[in-house]
Write a protein that binds this ligand. Sequence first.
Ligand SMILES: [Zn+2]
Length: 262
Amino acid sequence: MTQIGTVSKIEELLTAMGVEWTKGKMICPKCGEKKLTASTTKNVAKCWGCEQVWYPGKEQTGRVSWASVILADVVTWAQGYLPRSRPCLTYLRRRLTDYLGAAWFIEHHLGARNMGYDVRPAAARAKEIWQAAYDQALMAAKSKKDRADVDDEFERQKGYLERFVEEKLKPLCSDGFWQEALVFILTNAHGQPLSIKIRQYGEEKPGKHVKFIYTLQPLPGRGGVFDFSPYFSGVWQGRVSTLVLEGEFNWLQLQAQAERWG
Ligand SMILES: [Zn+2]
């Protein structure tokens, strides 16, 4: 259970929860259906699938539990390897500035993909957390209908978890194509990882705009942003939505220049 902090606008709240903000229907962070609509004038959002309502100030629970556990494990793996990945360090210094070292890259939510990651312990822990949350939700359910809703929702979540492990994590670990690829960790406004982008810059050809990106996003509709809090702290907390998600390197270059020249 995650408390979503003090934001005053519905757009900020949804963005902090990792919802990709658009004018039309968005993907609901609770049920995963593309049935979430928001009104900026009424400052409220509602999912027409599961009927969950969100508004700033209401106590919020973000469904990041099993998903954050499994992503945190991937982050530890990728960031543990980065200082030893000569190709990644060389590439990053060339793209940014050779003034920077591994510690700076790690602080800026980068990592490197290495062989030999064992998915099973994190998958088992994630399953335990899913089960505990399920039990808790069943105990809190007040009616037969509530319990049926809880069953539906947790079955859906279990599907996400199993597909994520089998169809996304395992192939990434076994496919040599992604060796020494760069790992970009995207978080919500509170620094919790929501998704990961793996980019095989080694296969990119000069003059060709083809990028090789592998996305790990356990919960649909939860992209995330780079966590800028180490440098911009509270000032930027309410402005998450102004960041452009596709510009990882633009953002890093800006940060690197600020670091170098102040
Ligand atoms: Zn919903």
